[in-house]
Design a protein around this ligand. Structure first.
Ligand SMILES: [Zn+2]
Length: 99
C-alpha cells in the first residue's frame, strides 16, 4: 500500500491554484513542490494560468504538501474530479456576484 500525497499551490487566502497527487515512489516533498512550481510557472508563461487567484485576485502563492488517506493515485481521481468541479462552481458563483 503506497502513501499518496497532495501538493497544492495556494493563494494567500488558501484558494487552490493548482494541485497534484503523487506516490512516495515518484517524488519527495521537495521535488514535488519543485515540479508543481515549474508547472505553475509554465502555465503562467503559456497563459494557461493567470498569475493571480481567479477567486480573490491575490498574486501571492505558496506551496504545501499533505499526506492523503488514499493508497493509490487511482483512488484519488474521483476525489480530485469532485474538488475540481467544486472549484469551478465557486469560480462561476464569484463571477456572477462580481458582474
Ligand atoms: Zn484566492
Amino acid at each position: 500500500m503506497a502513501k499518496v500525497y497532495l501538493t497544492q499551490c495556494l493563494c494567500k487566502n488558501r484558494h487552490c491554484i493548482a494541485a497534484m497527487t503523487w506516490e512516495e515512489s515518484e517524488f519527495t516533498v521537495e521535488s514535488a513542490i519543485t515540479a508543481l512550481k515549474d508547472a505553475v510557472t509554465t502555465g503562467i508563461d503559456n497563459k494557461a494560468l493567470d498569475p493571480w487567484c481567479n477567486l480573490c485576485h491575490n498574486t501571492e502563492f505558496s506551496y504545501e504538501t499533505d499526506l492523503t488517506p488514499f493508497s493509490s493515485i487511482q483512488e484519488t481521481r474521483p476525489f480530485l474530479r469532485e474538488a475540481e468541479a467544486r472549484a469551478l462552481r465557486n469560480k462561476q458563483n464569484f463571477d456572477i456576484l462580481r458582474n
